[in-house]
Write a protein that binds this ligand. Structure first.
Ligand code: ADP
Ligand code: ZN
Length: 524
């Protein structure tokens, strides 16, 4: 490592030393090498291109898709005395012309630009002149996963960024992302022509985060309040599924004396910005938000992230929970979810605008998330495993490690549940099927003549809560699916057969109540 990089790190950025692989990355790019950097959010990606840009001749060009982030970064750099600027649609013609002039005059160290802007003929010819004149230090491609269709923020313009490599092969490129699953990584390498780039893969483990996941009781408010009681006076984020839920949960928390504020895209901009400011500046504000909140929020002392509804995918869960404990101090990632969440999310996906293939992909991701929620394995091991990283497990800092879940042989219960779904015509939700199983004599049961079915009352050995858990796990395991066209009516799937025929045994997480008589079993 050249002394000058460490000098700059200390003198300009005020840090004492490098973190993780930052030093190697900076050195590699400074020396002209291409790099692909996979580092979790908060890991310190920005320095990986900022320092080499300062160390090399010319201006570093940073492609970034998020205008708000761009402005924050440039603001921060200017305060440190770095000559940084951005070009995006928020600038008027005169300001943009001034930035262009500075670039050509060699008066810039870093220029942030939106991808659609970069790809214009005008900007490319500007780059041509800059390259011939003051020079281009490097190209940094931030949020590189935007090039991937598998990911959640696909940006078609990212696909055209190979033009940089084609036109200026001597300028090093560094692509950076916090999304590290294998399919995305492969796509980044292929789409950005980074086959020869050195890959720097950081661990995605966040050892200071404690993971906890539980089934929702009713709306989950009681459980949330219990959780928050352990975090009084601390800052945190509560994520909810929809704008309506955000409003409702924020009100309920306020009524319970919590300093909660709502945040979602449906609020007017001033109110939203005001709440965000309070969250950043005051202590102990709980932000109740949709996932519209959090991108680029750099608040180190967020002590918890709670999901009161199921997130959309494991990647989403990882990103959102990753906003807790950036300062490295203990923090909690808490989630409660119920069957209703699964139905809502499936509905959202199936009624969305996306094509069939995309929808299938989203549904598979949702299933993977459910599998993660239902697992009895170490959460950290399961989570990192999804990102292709091996962890020995037994982390001692997740619910499954701290309080190993009991599991029980659910083969027979599953058979009863599936055959009851079948006998009732695959047109009812879990509530009614459970009534039939438990032999409830309701009007609805009578109306359909379900008290005459062979499956009426065969499930009296489990109570309603236990049956709910069975159905949830059957859905999670893909043995039942909710029919969106018919208000979430449960249907058998291709995988149901072997269970019905007794060819497959199943173990269920017993939660929250103990398993039924005679079927107790402990697993580690
Ligand atoms: P990312 O882009 O990976 O999410 P950032 O580059 O925004 O992460 O860095 C996250 C935080 O870590 C910032 O507050 C940054 O100042 C800090 N940081 C980065 N590198 C170091 C370092 N070597 N020493 C101390 N703090 C660092
Ligand atoms: Zn664990």
């Amino acid at each position: 490592m050249s002394d000058s990089a460490l000098d700059l790190l200390r003198r300009i950025f005020g840090h004492t030393g490098f973190r993780g692989e930052q030093a190697q990355i900076v050195e590699h790019v400074r020396a002209g090498g291409d790099a692909l950097v996979l580092m979790p959010t908060g890991g310190g990606k920005s320095l990986c291109y900022q320092l080499p840009a300062l160390l090399r001749a010319g201006c570093g060009i940073v492609v970034s898709p998020l205008i708000a982030l761009m402005q924050d970064q440039v603001e921060g750099l200017r305060q440190l005395g770095v000559r940084a600027a951005f070009l995006n649609s928020t600038l008027d013609a005169a300001d943009a012309a001034e930035v262009e002039r500075q670039l050509l005059a060699g008066e810039l160290d870093l220029l942030y630009v939106a991808p659609e802007r970069l790809l214009t003929g005008r900007f490319l010819s500007l780059l041509e002149r800059a390259h011939a004149g003051a020079g281009i230090a490097l190209f940094a491609i931030d949020e590189a996963h935007c090039v991937s269709q598998w990911g959640h923020d696909f940006r078609p313009e990212y696909r055209q960024l190979t033009v940089l490599h084609e036109r200026w092969p001597d300028v090093p490129r560094i692509a950076l992302t916090a999304t590290a699953d294998a399919p995305t990584r492969r796509e980044i390498v292929e789409r950005l022509a980074l086959e020869d780039a050195r890959q720097f893969v950081s661990s995605f483990d966040r050892p200071n985060l404690r993971y906890r996941i539980m089934h929702k009781d009713g709306g989950g408010l009681r459980q949330l309040l219990d959780f928050l009681a352990g975090h009084r006076g601390e800052s945190g984020i509560v994520y909810a599924f929809s704008r309506k839920r955000v409003e409702a949960v924020a009100e309920q928390l306020q009524a319970a004396g919590v300093r909660a504020l709502p945040y979602h895209a449906g609020m007017d901009a001033a109110a939203r910005a005001g709440n965000q400011r309070r969250f950043l500046q005051e202590d102990g504000v709980v932000m109740v938000a949709t996932i519209a909140f959090g991108m680029g929020i750099d608040k180190p002392d967020v002590r918890f992230v709670a999901h009161v509804d199921l997130p959309k995918s494991i990647e989403g869960y990882y990103q959102e929970t990753g906003r807790a404990g950036r300062d490295g101090e203990p923090a909690e990632a808490w989630l409660s979810y119920g069957l209703g969440d699964v139905v809502n999310l499936r509905q959202l996906i199936q009624q969305g605008e996306a094509g069939e293939e995309r929808k299938r992909l989203e549904l598979r991701k949702l299933d993977a998330l459910l599998g993660y929620c239902e697992t009895t394995q170490c959460r950290r091991q399961a989570l990192l495993g999804w990102f292709g990283e091996t962890h020995p497990g037994a982390c001692g800092n997740c619910d499954n490690c701290l309080d190993p879940p009991r599991s029980w042989d659910g083969t027979e219960a599953a058979r009863k549940a599936l055959s009851c779904v079948y006998r009732t015509g695959q047109r009812f939700g879990a509530g009614h099927v459970i009534d039939v199983l438990r032999g409830v004599d309701s009007d609805k049961v009578r109306q359909w003549g379900h008290e005459r079915l062979s499956t009426w009352g065969i499930g009296r050995d489990l109570d309603e809560r236990q049956w709910r858990s069975v159905f949830r796990q059957l859905v999670a395991a893909g043995l039942l699916e909710a029919d969106v066209e018919h208000h979430g009516a449960l249907r058998l799937t291709a995988s149901s057969g072997p269970v019905l025929r007794g060819e497959r045994t199943l173990r269920f997480r017993s939660e929250p109540a103990p398993p039924p008589r005679g079927r107790k079993g402990r697993t580690g």
